[in-house]
Design a protein around this ligand. Structure first.
Ligand code: ARG
Length: 607
């Protein structure tokens, strides 16, 4: 499968956001006033504001307003009095209301309006954030109750790297929604705890332990191996297969002995999943597929009453717009499937849990499944016809995890990789690197453990999150643990180094915050200050497209600007500008830590 990347600029925003801290938005407000005055007869013109890119090593401003050209082509032929786009650009400048934000404006080329922000305003805005805290930059999403359905491995089958991706991305999305002032964010683990696989597992279990009370966790042991063994029996022994199929029926009809065995198998699986969640620091609320079983008949009946269910080849199906094949709600043998459960769980989420936004995080292979599910709901009138209206459902897809050979990620013996082993390996490698450092001898055992975990698990997460989730990604320890590349290791080291600059000054940073003042006279101080202030607009992009890679790119650039520009050219400790520069260091670590938090990475303070 080839990677699928949507060009980001053309994909549409998933959600609108109210984001008053964004510099871009604040400028848009000013330019909106100017545009009203410049072209009063064109009320539909919306301000087009962008951060300036560096062209040929120079930047003509911090931001630009790109409306003049569009207005000109729209108004050509009308009597306007403007002689061309540059004249419109100049009029836009002249009509700008006075503002503390802007230092100067100029018109360039075919009519771009370049804006240079006031360094005093940048400094004061940063200082305010330091005093009020980073939450004062939080935007607001138009929903109060949201659910992220993520991780969701299948019991007794394997929890594979795809589930790891879902876990990492889903956790970050949940954190982003929380930061965006969604009051209730449910992190839901929709585990596959109900399916025909249990028939063969239980049958195999009963062969070894006729009395389920005799079974202990240790007996089931390695569930993956147990699953495999059961599968071999199922595929090769027709008599076993028959008993397995009967076991499914007996389990579904609620027979105590079968229920008990089912629960035991689930518990073993859960313990294994929890080891992964515990290492990653991810919180999830489990509500497996089995939970929705009692709701299935009612939901099917409602859909039937609405005339959505048709007979096809003995199965009961639902046709949806634009898809040739129907979704199968009830199989020919009367059994339910993955779709049936999702029909019921979505009903429950909308009607019982009263959720306004439901986000499903799975690989892109399941895109059609969710597309059909949402379409069926729209047909039933259970979701609004307008896809952007609430309540709303969104499928967030991601690409495959590949090994270095470019194929699906597997171990050498072509087994599915055990996730716990994978995470432990990342930690082990980080520990070796830490022990090689001189400073390690002053560290306690606990500090070494904690730091290895923060860096190791952080590196696994960051490697996944830094690429556009829609693309496939190659799992490579050497790359993700490289301390010089765009990795969590590099970023965590950079953070620790800035913390140590602040410590070395011997100043009480809270005291400096209260009494000091940021001044951005040096161009590299200004560049750092501006980048810090751009966090809200980058965050907005990450949030409206649900693309955490924007945050990673921002964070990496922040570390680069700090290290290669600011710190390379502006002495901090012992300089006349020490107070201001310490505040810039503090603002940098504040924003960095917030990015780490959103990405689920534990910061490191000392190295
Ligand atoms: N268990 C599924 C899998 O492993 C993912 C479940 C996603 N959530 C849902 N509501 N279908 O592919």
């Amino acid at each position: 499968q080839s990677p699928v990347t949507k060009p980001q600029s053309t994909s549409t925003a998933i959600i609108e956001i109210d984001n008053p801290a964004s510099v871009k938005r604040q400028l848009a407000q000013l330019f909106d006033l100017s545009l009203r005055a410049t072209v009063p007869d064109e009320p539909d013109v919306v301000p087009l504001i962008d951060a300036c890119a560096v062209k040929g090593g120079v930047k003509f401003g911090d931001y630009q307003c790109n409306n003049a050209m569009g207005i000109w082509s729209k108004m050509k032929g009308k009597q306007t009095g403007f002689r061309g786009p540059p004249a419109i650009g100049q009029a836009i400048v002249n009509n700008l209301p006075p503002s503390e934000m802007i230092d100067s404006c100029s018109v360039a080329g075919p009519g771009f309006v370049n804006v240079v922000l006031s360094k005093k305003w940048i400094a004061e805005s940063l200082q305010r954030m330091l005093i009020d805290g980073i939450n004062s930059w939080a935007p607001r999403l138009p929903v109060k109750r949201a659910l992220i359905d993520f991780s969701s491995p299948n019991i007794a089958k394997e929890m594979h790297v795809g589930h790891l991706r879902s876990t990492i991305i889903g956790d970050t999305l949940a954190r982003m929604l929380e930061f965006s002032r969604v009051e209730c964010v449910i992190r839901r683990n929709h585990v596959g705890d109900w399916g025909t696989q249990f028939g063969m597992l239980i049958t195999n279990l009963f062969e070894k332990f006729p009395n389920p009370d005799d079974v202990s966790e240790a007996d089931i042991g390695d569930l993956q191996a147990f699953y495999k063994a059961s599968k071999v029996r199922f595929d090769s022994d027709p008599e076993f297969k028959l008993r397995a199929q009967q076991a499914v029926v007996r389990l579904q009809s609620g027979e105590i002995k079968y229920r008990k065995a089912w629960k035991q198998i689930c518990d073993v699986s859960r313990a294994e999943f929890d080891k992964v969640y515990q290492r990653l620091g991810v919180q999830l609320e489990e509500r497996g597929e089995s939970f929705y079983n009692p709701y299935i008949p009612g939901v099917l009946e409602k859909l039937d009453n609405l005339g959505l269910i048709e007979e096809s080849d003995g199965a009961r199906v639902i046709y949806v717009e634009g898809v040739d094949i129907p979704l199968i709600a009830v199989k020919r043998d009367g059994g339910y499937n993955y779709f049936t459960t999702d029909l019921a769980s979505l009903w429950y989420r909308l009607n019982e849990e009263k959720l306004e936004w439901i986000v499903y995080v799975t690989d892109i292979g399941q895109q059609q499944h969710f597309d059909m599910l949402f379409k069926a709901y729209r047909r039933a009138g259970w979701l609004p016809k307008d896809e952007n209206a609430y309540p709303k459902c969104t499928h967030i897809g991601f690409g495959l995890v590949l090994g270095e050979d470019g194929k699906r990620f597997r171990t050498r013996s072509s087994e599915v990789v055990r996730l716990v082993d994978l995470l432990d390996e990342a930690k082990r490698r980080c520990k070796i690197a830490i022990l090689e450092r001189d400073t390690a001898k002053d560290w306690s055992e606990e500090e070494i453990e904690k730091t290895s975990e923060a860096i190791g698990y952080g590196a696994v997460k960051y490697a996944d999150l830094k690429i556009n989730r829609l693309t496939n990604y190659t799992f490579n320890f050497d790359q993700m643990l490289n301390d010089k590349g765009n990795t969590a290791v590099y970023l965590l080291y950079a953070h620790a180094r800035i913390c140590s600059i602040i410590r070395k000054s011997g100043k009480d940073i809270e005291e400096v915050k209260r009494n000091g003042k940021i001044v951005l006279d040096h161009e590299d101080e200004r560049a750092l200050g501006l980048h810090l202030l751009q966090f809200p607009e980058v965050y907005e992009e990450a949030c409206t497209y649900l693309l955490p890679n924007f945050l990673c790119e921002y964070l990496y650039n922040l570390a680069e600007i700090f290290t290669k520009k600011f710190y390379a050219n502006c002495q901090v400790v012992g300089s006349p500008e020490e107070t201001s520069r310490l505040l810039l260091c503090e603002a940098t670590v504040t924003v960095m830590r917030h990015c780490f938090y959103l990405l689920g990475i534990e910061p490191v303070y000392r190295l």
